[in-house]
Design a protein around this ligand. Structure first.
Ligand code: GLU
Ligand code: MG
Length: 465
């Protein structure tokens, strides 16, 4: 609830930041939120209006919740042109955008006009789910991996041409050639991220043509989702300054390996990482196992928020490193759930679990909220993991797969959506209004692409994400 005292606190914090931002020649603050379809939307405020926006927010129609990735509006109870929400910049997270000189950025939360949290605000939901974990005495650290493909922007068009995407790098997967080909771009990208306080783990050319990947240090779940938004905006902005265009879309070529948005997560009690030093398999503690098992059991339903576009299912193919079977394994890149223990000596810092089946058409706030809700349910149920697997599940016999309970994840968005709607843990955590909106937005996309070929889906989505 935003009361007068909280509004004054926020205004004072903003006022404190203004002189510094002014000296960095910032003209405006881009306040972002991510919609139900996974698109980052923005409202800009001039620096002179920052203090007021910090206290009272910026207007945002509730209809945004019903937007599709193609800007169509689904028929939902919130698709009402009347009413208003206040998009409140998080003044503690404001940062000057090094790739967009003159702009600063702040992630926003959405409240009603009477100061109540908006039930459809994914960022506030992620904060509530983090608190739910906190009520069990636990904290979480999370990080999203970012994969993207770099193209030459066509200077004759206002936006990159859907019909003629020309990859910007031709060097081999993981090849040094690609870093040389895109030398200035990658250098400026690292500098921009460092200037923005983003701690990059690594940057490397990935498997698909002209694809790159960047990993970042883990943070609390809401900050990890913020960082995912910031990193992708930076990757895009720096690319534009180099005559390049980027795509984070789940699928960019058919056939081909897509862009994943893997989520790394660990939980801790009193600062002790529960993914190491336990009595269980590979050093898992009972709680880390239960948390992970809770998520694993709900992966089909979680795909409705973690692989929420029709194009997500063009990426989710066996033996494409996307983790399309409900199974887990130590460092197994074909399992949906990959346990990472880290090297001996750094396990307390490094051990975590990676959920590989998700992609970047997901709203990262909604996704961490769902994963935390599922993990907490696993803790409450004392859930247990099946046997781990050490091979590509696609290569196992049906019998071997059933022994480790490795089932194929949904092959269509409609299937994930049905699993989501039937899951009381997730729908309970999200609440009836948000659940209904998610379902309506997904259904609209399913309808839009009914009968479309893979190539048509890829063309229609490449430049949306
Ligand atoms: N690009 C793969 C995906 O679609 C992931 C590659 C990797 O393991 O990093 O998820
Ligand atoms: Mg990768």
């Amino acid at each position: 609830m935003l009361d007068g005292q909280e509004r004054s606190r926020r205004a004072a914090l903003a006022a404190k930041r203004v002189p510094g931002l002014e000296s960095e020649r910032v003209a405006g603050i881009a306040v972002t939120f991510v919609d139900t379809a996974g698109i980052t939307r923005v409202k800009g405020v001039p620096l002179a209006g920052f203090e007021r926006a910090a206290a009272w927010g910026v207007g945002a129609t509730p209809v945004f919740d019903a937007f599709g990735a193609d800007d169509s509006i689904a028929a939902t109870p919130v698709a009402n042109p009347a009413g208003d929400l206040r998009l409140m910049p998080d003044v503690e997270r404001v940062v000057r955008l090094a790739g967009q000189p003159g702009w600063a950025w702040a992630p926003g939360d959405r409240y009603t006009q009477d100061g109540q949290p908006h039930p459809g605000c994914a960022r506030l939901l992620a904060a509530r789910m983090t608190e739910r974990l906190g009520a069990a005495g636990l904290t979480a650290l999370a990080a999203f991996e970012v994969e993207w493909v770099v193209y030459r922007a066509d200077p004759t068009l206002a936006h990159p041409s859907p019909a003629r995407p020309v990859p910007a790098a031709s060097g081999p997967a993981y090849g040094m050639t690609r870093l040389i080909e895109l030398n200035d771009y990658t250098v400026e990208l690292l500098r921009a991220l460092a200037a923005q306080g983003v701690q990059v783990g690594q940057l490397h050319p990935e498997y698909a043509p002209s694809q790159f990947e960047l990993s970042v240090a883990p943070e609390c779940p809401v900050s990890a989702a913020d960082t995912s938004v910031l990193v992708r905006a930076t990757i895009r902005a720096v690319a534009a300054r180099h005559g390049l265009a980027v795509s984070f879309a789940p699928s960019v070529s058919d056939p081909g390996v897509g862009n994943g948005g893997h989520l790394h997560l660990s939980i801790a009690r009193d600062g002790d990482n529960l993914f190491t030093g336990g009595e269980g398999t590979f050093g898992l503690t009972v709680e880390a196992e239960a948390f992970t098992a809770g998520v694993l059991a709900r992966l089909p339903a979680l795909l409705a928020v973690g692989a929420p576009s029709v194009s997500s299912y063009l990426r989710l193919l066996p033996s494409h490193w996307a983790g399309v079977f409900t199974c887990w394994g130590l460092e197994n890149r074909e399992a949906a759930v990959r346990l990472v223990t880290g090297s001996v000596g750094e396990q307390d810092r490094a051990a975590n679990v990676e959920f590989k089946c998700f992609d970047q058409s997901a709203n990262p706030y909604l996704l961490v909220a769902g994963v935390l809700a599922a993990g907490v349910a696993g803790l409450e149920d004392g859930a247990r993991l099946p046997e781990p697997i050490h091979a590509d599940p696609a290569g196992l016999s049906a019998e071997e797969r059933s022994r480790v309970d490795a089932r194929r994840l949904p092959e269509k968005l409609a299937e994930s959506l049905s699993a989501f709607e039937a899951d009381p843990v997730l729908t309970g955590a999200f609440g009836p209004e948000f659940t209904e909106t998610i379902a309506a937005v997904r259904r609209a996309e399913i309808e839009k692409f009914a009968g479309a070929s893979n190539a048509e889906i890829i063309e229609a989505t490449r430049w949306r994400y």
